[in-house]
Design a protein around this ligand. Sequence first.
Ligand code: HEM
Length: 414
Amino acid sequence: MQRIDELELPYLPMEEAAFASNPWPQLAAAREAHPWLAKAAFGFAVHQFGAMKDLLWRDEYLQTRIDNVLEVMDADGTEWGRFEKYSLLARQGAPHERIRSVLAPAFTPRQANRHRPLMQGVISELLDEWVPRREFDFEEFASNFPIGVMCSLIGAPRSAIPELRSSLEALGLSFSMDRNHLPALENAMNVMNGFVQRLVAERKAARLPQGEEDLLEILLDTVERGDLSERELFDLLIFLFVAGYDTSKNALTLLMSVLIDKPRIYERCAEDKAYCRRVVEENFRYLTTSTIPRTVVKAITYRDVLIPEGTELFFPVSIAGRDPTAYDDPDSFDPGRKEIKKHLTFGMGGHICLGQFIARAQIEEGLHLIARRMKNPRRTGPSSWRPFFGVWGLKGLPFAFDPADLKEDARLDA
Ligand code: HEM
């Protein structure tokens, strides 16, 4: 057996802009040098699908530790630091289970399906506003969608979207490890705090009648029962916006960038919703967003490698779907693929994405209606890439399209 820090390992430069814009050659070289491990900035990267799957569910050994991030960011005593320290991702064991069980009933596949008409309403309204422009930045358009859906789920006015959007963009830099962003993070927390506190006060003054309860009503009932404090309620509402924002926006933008080059697949998404679901799922494997950080809290031995307590591990699930040891022909985009749901986009273990069914439903409904209303999409300029650590994705997707012939659309509806 060898300790992880004694192994001869390749270096995966995940912090570099060049890696973010094209990770594939360096990833292939890393795989050649070691089947599942590489060195990385701040620790080690586990880059093989099978090893990620074996390790990520071992919550007793691997946890998200926010203290190190707060130290680098010099954020002790700040509101943003407090928020991160007590967030769902940073909690473990009983405190984590308590919050998760409060939320779980509102995030089942059944609940997500119940919200599909609401999602269709949000995307249709956005399309009505944006389609006449014929040309815009798809990422900017897409950024409104998850915020609009979240606002609708908790009964908040969609007029709040612009204010929330800039705060959520700032909070997207939470794990940048760059303390220059701290003032923007504090400012964003002030805006988000003000927003959720106003919303809760207004709802307390006018509760929704039985049978019309939304997510906020469920959470307020939990506060009244004493299972959740009011501060936890505010933090949870903010966390749900943050967790669902750049993940969903980047996933939809990456999907569009792939489909611009696959016009037949895109066109079929407009007509066949079952097929559209497979396309969304295939893209969760093919090109997705997250790198999951974990600190080893109890020494672990895996494949004869000793990983001591205190080791920082990174799981780039964003690229796990291209692993040739896990998939046949991983670089081809094939919505007809067997085991279409075999991917790690939503993580694994106790912290697996709670919003995964909402995320799937909203991207499926979004893509279907986008493909019906925006025909022949084409790029009108270059995109750049967001940092690979944290939530990866495209920075900008300038594009143009032909607005659908609405008579043709009505024929499809009939
Ligand atoms: C395509 C979109 C999405 C992707 C790729 C995604 C991905 C992830 C991943 C990888 C994790 C696990 C992080 C970890 O283990 O450290 C996670 C956690 C989480 N996600 Fe998502 N997510 C998406 C959308 C959403 C949405 C729309 C919501 C809420 C409406 C949401 C709510 C959450 C929550 C609450 C957690 C924390 C769960 C916990 O700590 O127990 N996510 N997400």
